[in-house]
Design a protein around this ligand. Structure first.
Ligand code: F6P
Length: 356
């Protein structure tokens, strides 16, 4: 087979490891693996590069993506999808592996369903999104590294916060999904975690943090810092939150200062963790075997929730239809997925045990 690989949407640490795995495993089984540059935008323009295994040596440890990425709005439209179909045919691809998040997998499903309905060209998706907002993905490529990066940043902030007995609000990425804030917040010993899924309005968020600060710095407590981890998905600007809390700080926590830090794109970069490398390499391996088995219009998920999808030769990897993935992703994002409901329930239980 001639197999194309593209990385699309927000990059995620581990994308390069997936590319490496596809290049090496593909070549070892006699396939030709080519890289499509710059996501769907590059596909529409027919821009490719060689993925000779020797040329990809060492990329497993690198963040970002050597292929480049894009958020390609054209691909959301039928005309763009037709252009992609023509380009795939022109490049002579038998298969395309799309490494990316919700938008990228939506594009892959559209191609499989409309452009190649009889599996003439096979489409496989590998979930990559630091937000962990891809349905049935278990743990998407990039999430573990992003969590580690946030925890490291919060640890550093905590050092300086303790030296000054300060409160910090740290905002982390996760557009519509609070997973990063939740998981990293717990690991960094946060005193409160604010996330969009809880449905807090501005006044409620302010009151929540004020109450936490009152408890953290109550008379007689030896506590030296308060750490509030806020997901960007909570629709209250961090500056507003801080300003409103500061206005009451003298009464809530006399003598305590408050600072804010937005981690932003720092969370998305950096070398992938060992776990992200493992996930990416194994998903890449599974993708080649799935293509050889004739599968198309499917995603491969790492430790997908029990009972979802089909088993593969790798006990940690499952095959799920892209249509089911996209349905579940929509439920994750609108908060109706059982995964989200359980997550919120658990967070509420955890919150009652946080020191603040
Ligand atoms: O890739 C996901 C993500 O990093 C979100 O967490 C964030 O909201 C968004 O992408 C930022 O996108 P961009 O880099 O295009 O500004």
């Amino acid at each position: 087979m001639k197999i194309g690989v593209l990385t699309s949407g927000g990059d995620a640490p581990g994308m390069n490891a997936a590319i490496r795995s596809l290049a090496v495993v593909g070549a070892s089984r006699g396939h030709v693996v080519v890289g499509v540059r710059d996501g769907y935008a590059g596909l529409l323009a027919g821009r490719t590069r060689s993925l000779d295994p020797d040329e990809t040596e060492g990329i497993t440890r690198q963040g970002g993506t050597i292929l480049g990425s894009s958020r390609c709005l054209e691909m959301m439209e039928p005309a763009g999808q037709e252009k992609a179909r023509a380009s795939i045919v022109n490049l002579g691809l038998d298969a395309l592996v799309v490494v990316g998040g919700n938008g990228s997998l939506t594009g892959a499903h559209a191609l499989a369903e409309k452009a190649f309905p009889r599996g003439e060209v096979k489409l496989i998706g590998l979930p990559a999104s630091i937000d962990n907002d891809v349905g049935h993905a278990g743990l998407s490529i990039g999430v573990d590294t992003a969590v580690n990066t946030i925890v490291d940043a919060c640890d550093r902030i905590s050092d300086t916060a303790r030296a000054h007995r300060r409160a910090f609000i740290v905002e982390v990425m996760g557009r519509n999904c609070g997973f990063l804030a939740m998981r990293a917040g717990i690991a960094a010993e946060a005193d409160a975690i604010l996330y969009g899924e809880a449905g807090l309005g501005e006044d409620e968020a302010v009151e929540r943090v004020r109450a936490v600060l009152r408890r953290c710095f109550a008379k007689g407590r030896a506590k030296k810092r308060a750490l509030i981890v806020k997901s960007e998905g909570l629709p209250v600007p961090i500056g507003t939150l801080k300003k409103r809390i500061q206005a009451h700080l003298d009464e809530d926590a006399p003598g305590v200062d408050i600072r804010e830090t937005v981690l932003g794109h720092v969370v998305r970069g950096g070398d992938p963790s060992a776990l992200d490398r493992t996930i990416s390499l194994r998903l890449g391996f599974a993708a080649i075997t799935a293509l050889e088995a004739g599968l198309s219009d499917v995603m491969l998920g790492w430790e997908t929730p029990f009972g979802v999808g089909r088993e593969t030769v790798d006990p940690s990897v499952r095959v799920i239809r892209l249509a089911d993935v996209l349905d579940e992703t929509a439920r994750l994002l609108d908060g109706t997925s059982p995964v989200i409901l359980r997550r919120i329930e658990m967070l509420k239980a955890v919150e009652s045990a946080l020191p603040g």
